[in-house]
Design a protein around this ligand. Structure first.
Ligand code: GCU
Length: 683
């Protein structure tokens, strides 16, 4: 069942041997149907039933025999005042688990935490561990959101998903909210099991029509199917809605009628959805309207919404992805650089935002490339909290037709030390709020599941969604550890299945980088046609600013302060100095920061051009091995998933050759420098 993903509750090996170590009944404390503690009780019954074939019942008070008790700390302490002393401190959404001889105690700081604890316990026993343990688990950051880029309407006919590769929207159809929201509820269940607490259902390129009374009613129905899982709904706004929908002649954020209009919207939404999470706003970016349309600052824009949300307890995630895709001129301006935009726009605003504003920053300064340095904006916001925006949908990374396990890339970014004030300042310590002490910080993941029964269009791609939730909860977890859990829950316990999936997954990001864009030149996908497939030539000579500045002799963006766009100078001094100097810039970001001849020597001793040739052969050769590795699993997993994955791996193997040859040939044609091994050239 693809829809169940990692929540299949398939029978564990030798299940009957473990029955004595499991509870015999479930007790829920103060459970109300439609709320997480009630859901937790149901999941325990379903989970233990599926995993071990043991039928449990839900009881109100303590029955005879071993029990699983689940509820909030406060409900538990009400009933057992003397137990309060022994309980650990929990932060919002945190949980406490105590497993002892078949008795299970699952307490959440809130209802949502109780459900998280139940899912955690089920995950542990599904992995075959029924031994006693005690665990206190608190999330690393409070904001753990998912963004869907689902369109309300697409030519008025149906709900497509921008950069979605798994079918149509599970939320929208024909400009309305779908009648049948079963899939939305199933999605919330998956998300709750990995600690995600909110979903923005509509695209950041937002339709104003999401705010009609009828669609607000529809949004309330989405919130209703999310609520049992503790998942809150967020809404993306179109900044010009007062004009587009409200009939006002302005959307100036400081205009009184505009402020009142937005207050009415917030009040109307919260009347229908009292627990709404808040808003997500993309403004003044890629042609979207925003406060700068009226010469107001981005803070004026964000605060407008923040103030209307405050009485209701909502927060606004305001995106830092602000740039003008029409103003950049590559030929005339050596110093033009889209990477500079975010810091340029946000500098000086740190202390201007309301305290329920969070700035949502893409991990890199450009746009979800296969390798980017961490966005320097994270070091410029010390009072205002930030979320890091990661992309689960593989927009530039093979669109789920290529396997690319992303946890290793995310870990590298999160572990990167930005050295603010020359002190340890990893990205993860900034987005947890620990480094600068902000309250509202965390993670936003662009997921883009659709109606496809695999959710993302590929079974293996689901490890990325799983890993996203796990890292947002605890970024100390390892890529392989997360993968092992996911593989057991999704495919079972067979060692060969584990070995193969681990090998393919862990080699996949390096291989993809090798056969796409190397040395920090960006992914080299076709940038105008869907961000898919190789097209190095499309990078330059357009206003989008994802340039490589490749000519016959040289390549790379000079982002130094002394001679280039100055981007390197947006980092704290130690990091700025590292990137400013070609000697200390790591090879894998060389062309991100420096403009060099193709014959420039890398630290490896190779030239840039020879590295290109070799990496493309290496990466595509690795992709060929994925097929033969996977074929070893024939008969070891169900035919349907075996073949679904195999089909994609064969495609990836072939497409990696297309990548190899087009990129190599392109740079050979430009540079005229032959491959030392004679593979590339005029055949
Ligand atoms: C990318 C993507 C767009 C998206 C934009 C954003 O550029 O291709 O589809 O709208 O990012 O994040 O806003």
């Amino acid at each position: 069942d693809g829809l169940a993903a990692w929540l299949r509750y398939a029978r564990v090996p030798s299940a009957s041997r473990h029955l004595g170590k499991l509870p015999s009944a479930v007790v829920t404390l103060n459970a109300t149907k439609g709320y997480p503690v009630h859901t937790a009780g149901q999941e325990l019954v379903d989970g233990i039933g599926g995993l071990f074939g043991k039928k449990l019942t839900v009881a109100k008070s303590k029955p005879k025999g071993t029990t699983a008790t689940v509820g909030t700390v406060s409900a538990y302490v009400d009933k057992n005042p003397s137990a309060a002393k022994g309980l650990p401190d929990l932060v919002e959404d945190g949980f406490y688990l105590k497993i002892s001889k078949g008795n299970v105690l699952i307490l959440g700081q809130n209802e949502r935490g109780a459900l998280y604890g139940a899912f955690h316990y089920l995950s542990v026993i599904a992995q075959g561990n029924v031994s006693d343990f005690t665990l206190t688990s608190n999330p690393d950051a409070p904001v753990r959101w998912v963004n869907q880029w689902d369109n309300m309407q697409d030519g008025g006919t149906h709900g497509s998903v921008e950069r979605g590769y798994g079918g149509d929207s599970i939320f929208f159809w024909d400009g309305h909210i779908r009648e049948d929201l079963t899939r939305a509820g199933q999605y919330a269940r998956l998300l709750a099991s990995i600690g995600i607490n909110a979903v923005v259902a509509n695209n950041v390129n937002a339709n104003a029509s999401i705010l009609t009374p009828e669609n607000m009613d529809g949004l309330a129905r989405i919130a209703d199917v999310f609520r049992p899982y503790g998942v809150q709904l967020g809404v993306s706004l179109n900044f010009a809605a007062p004009q587009l929908l409200g009939g006002l002649d302005t959307f100036d954020p400081l205009d009184k009628t505009v402020v009142n209009w937005w207050q009415g919207i917030a009040d109307n939404l919260y009347k229908r959805i009292p627990d709404m999470a808040g808003y997500l706003v993309k403004a003044n970016s890629e042609g979207q309207p925003g406060p700068m349309t009226y010469n107001r600052t981005l803070a004026d824009g964000a605060n407008l919404f923040a103030r209307t949300l405050r009485p209701h307890g909502g927060i606004i995630l305001f995106r830092a992805f602000v740039y003008d895709h029409r103003s950049l001129n590559q030929t005339l301006d050596w110093k033009a650089d889209r990477a500079n935009a975010a810091v340029n726009y946000f500098d000086g605003l740190d202390d201007k935002f309301e305290d329920n504003v969070v700035i949502q920053i893409k991990y890199g300064p450009i746009d979800f490339q296969v390798r980017e340095p961490v966005s320097p904006l994270f070091t410029h916001l010390r009072r205002t909290g930030a979320t890091v925006e990661l992309q689960i949908t593989q927009e530039y990374l093979g669109q789920q037709a290529h396997v690319v396990y992303l946890a290793p890339m995310w870990k590298e970014l999160l572990d990167f030390d930005l050295r603010v004030d020359s002190k340890p300042s990893t990205l993860k310590s900034i987005v947890s709020g620990k480094r600068f002490g902000q309250k509202l910080t965390g993670y936003a993941g662009v997921v883009n599941v659709g109606t496809n029964t695999t959710w993302l269009g590929s079974h293996l791609a689901m490890s990325n969604l799983y890993a996203y939730g796990k890292l947002a909860w605890d970024p100390e977890q390892t890529s392989t550890g997360i993968l092992k859990e996911w593989t057991t829950l999704t495919f079972g316990h067979d060692k060969l299945v584990h070995d193969v999936i681990t090998k393919i997954s862990m080699e996949s990001w390096p291989a993809y980088e090798d056969y796409s864009g190397n040395l920090g030149i960006q992914t080299l996908t076709d940038i105008l046609l869907g961000h898919y497939g190789p097209n190095p030539g499309s990078q330059d000579g357009n206003p989008w600013g994802q340039w490589t500045r490749a000519d016959d002799d040289t390549i790379g963006m000079d982002r130094t302060v002394w001679n280039g766009t100055g981007f390197a100078g947006q980092y704290p001094p130690e990091i700025a100095a590292m990137y400013e100097n070609i000697e200390t810039t790591p090879d894998n970001l060389l062309l991100w920061f420096h403009h060099v001849p193709y014959t420039q020597k890398l630290k490896s001793g190779k030239t840039v051009i020879q590295h290109f040739y070799d990496a493309h052969y290496k990466g595509s050769a690795t992709a060929q091995t994925f097929v033969t590795l996977w074929e070893k699993l024939k008969g070891r997993i169900d035919k349907e998933r075996y073949e679904h994955v195999l089909f994609r791996l064969i495609y990836q193997a072939g497409h990696s050759l297309v990548w190899r040859d087009s990129v190599n040939q392109f740079y050979f044609n430009k540079s005229g420098i032959p491959d030392e091994l004679g593979r590339v050239g005029n055949h």
